[in-house]
Design a protein around this ligand. Structure first.
Ligand code: IMP
Ligand code: MG
Length: 181
């Protein structure tokens, strides 16, 4: 695909492709829920748009909560250590929980959150990620719902950042070496 935005970034998934896939994921999650209630937990900040769109594609009696983590380090580098910056507002004990993330990369973040959440004994805990980079995995973890599986590339837009920028791009774009700033 050779579509470019006004900033000269290459588009990897268009907003239409994202919307279609998110609608499919929402329908699947709705079916799997079987009419039960759901707590959707978004991982700030990257999953904000995905949660906003996915939640509207899920037909359920639902509430939202958010957590935030940090992986010590800026840009494309991560040191491996995950820490919690913002905890859940409400307990998830006995609840059906859907943990919503933008990208499952090394798996460090979601492994950490899964372990933390399971301590509260939710009724069920499932993971939805918009993007998955299985070839980058360091921790053994898979999502229950995956939007798109992608190779080892760095993407930005639709919530995802490079050093906190580009989150507001409506499409998912490639972060190219020629475009570091
Ligand atoms: P993990 O802990 O390595 O699985 O990392 C997950 C987090 O790394 C995601 O929530 C993103 O914030 C960030 N991340 C990983 N790959 C990318 C990327 O290609 N673009 C932007 N952020 C990324
Ligand atoms: Mg993130």
């Amino acid at each position: 695909m050779s579509t470019t935005t006004f900033q000269g970034l290459e588009v990897f998934y268009t907003r239409q492709q994202i919307a279609e896939r998110v609608a499919e994921m929402g329908a699947q999650i709705t079916r799997d829920l079987n009419g039960e209630k759901l707590v959707m937990v978004g991982v700030l900040k990257g999953a904000a748009f995905f949660l906003a769109d996915l939640s509207r594609a899920i037909q359920a009696d639902a509430t939202f909560d958010f957590v935030a983590t940090s992986s010590y380090g800026k840009g494309q580098r991560t040191s491996g250590a995950v820490r919690l910056i913002k905890d859940l507002d409400e307990t998830i004990e006995g609840k059906n929980v859907l943990l919503i993330e933008d990208i499952l990369d090394t798996g460090l973040t979601l492994s950490y959150l899964r372990k933390l959440f399971l301590q509260q004994r939710p009724k069920s805990l499932r993971i939805a990620t918009l993007l998955d980079k299985p070839s980058r995995r360091l921790e053994k973890i898979e999502a229950d719902y995956v939007g798109f599986s992608i190779p080892k590339i760095f993407v930005i837009g639709y919530g995802m950042d490079y050093a906190e920028r580009y989150r507001n791009l409506p499409d998912i774009c490639l972060m190219t070496a020629e475009h570091p700033e």
